[in-house]
Design a protein around this ligand. Structure first.
Ligand code: TGC
Ligand code: FAD
Length: 388
C-alpha cells in the first residue's frame, strides 16, 4: 500500500509553515543528518561536547536566531522552534547548547542589557566566539530559585558576588556567565567574565544523561564585577523567569525531534527483525504501539505549531508554555523508552539512538522546571491556588 502521508508528519504540519520556516528546517535538518548524526553517539559515549560543531552552528545562524541586528538572523519564533526540533533529533545536548546560548544568555542581554552590553557581547556570541552559560540553580533548591543564597553587594562602582551555582550547562567552557544574585534591591543579573578573580568552575562528571553536553558548578568568592556588567533593565525573579520562558518554549519543540528519531529507528528495526516466522512489525501489539507513538508525536507537533503562532503574535502566556513543555517532553521520554524496549537487547547499547535519547530526556524533563513544577503551574492557573 502506498500513501502520500509522511510517517513522521501525519497531519502535514509542514503545510502550516512559511517558505522561510521550511527553508530553515530543511537546512538545519540536512546539517544534522550530515554532520551530527555520524559523530554524536561516540561523543555521548566519550562524555564530550563536540566543540568543533560550534563554528558550523554559528555559520548556520543558530545563535540568537530571533534577535534583530548584532549579526543575528532575526528569524521568527516558529523558525527557532524548528531549529530546536532538528537539533534535538540529533541530540538533546546540541539543542541544550543552542538554548543556553540563545534563550538564556543572548536573550537577557538583548532584553535587559544596555546598548553598550549588547554591542560588546552579542555579535561575538552570534559568531560562536563567545560562549555563555546561565547561572540560576543552586544546589539546595533548583525548583525554588527565589530562595537563592548567592548575593551581590554594592561596593563603590562595583558589585562583590559570593555564592555558588549548580548544574550549569556550558559552565566550564563559557566565556561569560549570566549570574542571578540577591541584592538589596531584589534579584539582579550580572555578566561575570571567566577570568574575573574569584570566579571558578568545576565540570560535573559521571552523568548518565546529556553526556554530549558540559554541565558544571560555578563558584564565586568575592568576585568583583563592575556595575557596567549588571543587566540594568530588570529586577526580581521575573528577570530569570522570562529567560526560562524563552528556553522552555524551544524545549517544547525540541523533544519532537528525539521522538521522531526513536520512532524512525523502531520502524526500521521492527520491519527487519524476524521472530516467530514474521517481521516484528506484522504483530498487532507492535503496530498498536507504533500507531500510539505516531498519535502522540502528531499531538505534540500541533501543540508546538500553536505555541509558535502565539509566541510570534506576542500572546504566549507562561501557563501555555508549561503545558506544552510538560506534554511534549513526557511524550518523547515515554516514546524513547518504548522504542528502546522494541529493540530488545540491542536497544541497550548506544549503537542505536533510542537509549541515548531516553537518557537525555531524563535531564530534559528535569531542567527548565521539572514536570511536577509545570503541572503545578497549570494547576495554579485552573484553581487560582498556589500549591508549590
Ligand atoms: P512567582 O511568584 O510565581 O513569580 C515571581 C515573578 O516572576 C513572574 N513570572 C514569570 N515571568 C516570566 N516568565 C515566567 N514563566 C514567569 N513565572 C512567573 C511573576 O509574574 C512574578 O512577577 P512580579 O512582577 O509579580 O514579581 O514565583 P515563585 O517563587 O512562586 O515561583 C514560581 C515557580 C515555581 C514556577 C518558579 O520558581 C519556577 O519556574 N521554578 C522552576 C525553576 C527552573 O525552571 N529552573 C530552571 C533553571 S535554568 C535551566 O534549567 C537551564 S537548562 C538549560 C539547557 O541545557 O537547555
Ligand atoms: P529539586 O528542586 O530539589 O526537586 C527534587 C524533586 O522534588 C523533583 O522531582 C521536583 O519535581 C520535586 N518538587 C519540587 N518542588 C515540589 C513541590 N512543591 N511539590 C512536589 N514536588 C516538588 N540550571 C541552571 O540554572 N542553568 C543551567 O544551565 C542548567 N542546566 C542543567 C543541565 C542539566 C543536565 C541538569 C540536570 C540541570 C540543569 N539545571 C540548570 C538545573 C535544573 O534547572 C534543576 O535541576 C531543576 O530546576 C530541578 O532542581 P533540583 O535539581 O534542585 O531539584
Amino acid at each position: 500500500m502506498s500513501s502520500q502521508i509522511d510517517k513522521l508528519d501525519i497531519f502535514d504540519v509542514k503545510a502550516l509553515l512559511s517558505e522561510e520556516e521550511l527553508m530553515v528546517q530543511d537546512s538545519i535538518g540536512r546539517w544534522v543528518d550530515e554532520r551530527v548524526i555520524p559523530i554524536i553517539g561516540p561523543a555521548f559515549d566519550r562524555h564530550e561536547f563536540p566543540m568543533d560543531l560550534i563554528p558550523e552552528m554559528a555559520e548556520l545562524g543558530l545563535f540568537g536566531s530571533t534577535i534583530q541586528g548584532y549579526g543575528c538572523a532575526g528569524l521568527n519564533y516558529t523558525a527557532y522552534g524548528l531549529i530546536c526540533q532538528e537539533l534535538e533529533r540529533g541530540d538533546s545536548g546540541l539543542r541544550s547548547f543552542a538554548s543556553v546560548q540563545s534563550s538564556l544568555c543572548m536573550f537577557p542581554i538583548d532584553a535587559f542589557g544596555s546598548e553598550a552590553q549588547k554591542e560588546r557581547w552579542l555579535p561575538g556570541m552570534a559568531q560562536g566566539d563567545i560562549i555563555g552559560c546561565f547561572g540560576l540553580t543552586e544546589s539546595h533548591a533548583g525548583s525554588d530559585p527565589a530562595s537563592m543564597k548567592t548575593v551581590a553587594k554594592k561596593d563603590g562602582d562595583d558589585w562583590i558576588i559570593n555564592g555558588s551555582k549548580m548544574w550549569i550547562t556550558n559552565g566550564s567552557i563559557a566565556d561569560i556567565a549570566i549570574v542571578w544574585a540577591q541584592t538589596e534591591d531584589g534579584i539582579q543579573g550580572f555578566i561575570v567574565e571567566k577570568d574575573m578573580p574569584g570566579f571558578a568552575t568545576e565540570t560535573i562528571h559521571r552523568k548518565m544523561s546529556l553526556r554530549a553536553s558540559v554541565t558544571s558548578a560555578l563558584f564565586f568568592d568575592d568576585v568583583r564585577v563592575p556595575d557596567a556588567n549588571r543587566l540594568p533593565k530588570v529586577k526580581g525573579l521575573k528577570g530569570p523567569l522570562s529567560c526560562l520562558s524563552n528556553a522552555r518554549y524551544g524545549i517544547s519543540w525540541g523533544p519532537i525531534g528525539s521522538a521522531q528519531a526513536c520512532l524512525q529507528e523502531a520502524l526500521d528495526y521492527t520491519a527487519e527483525r524476524v521472530l516467530f516466522d514474521r517481521t516484528l512489525d506484522s504483530n498487532q501489539i507492535i503496530q498498536q504501539k507504533l500507531a500510539d507513538m505516531s498519535r502522540r508525536i502528531t499531538t505534540a507537533q500541533l501543540v508546538a505549531v500553536r505555541l509558535g503562532q502565539l509566541k510570534d503574535a506576542d500572546q504566549l502566556q507562561p501557563t501555555q508554555i508549561s503545558l506544552a513543555k510538560w506534554n511534549n517532553v513526557r511524550m518523547a521520554l515515554d516514546i524513547a523508552r518504548e522504542c528502546r524496549d522494541m529493540l530488545g537487547g540491542a536497544g541497550i547499547t548506544t549503537e542505536h539512538v533510542a537509549i541515548r535519547h531516553m537518557l537525555n530526556l531524563e535531564s530534559v524533563i528535569t531542567y527548565e522546571g521539572t514536570e511536577t513544577i509545570h503541572q503545578l503551574v497549570v494547576g495554579r492557573e485552573l484553581t487560582g491556588k498556589n500549591a508549590f
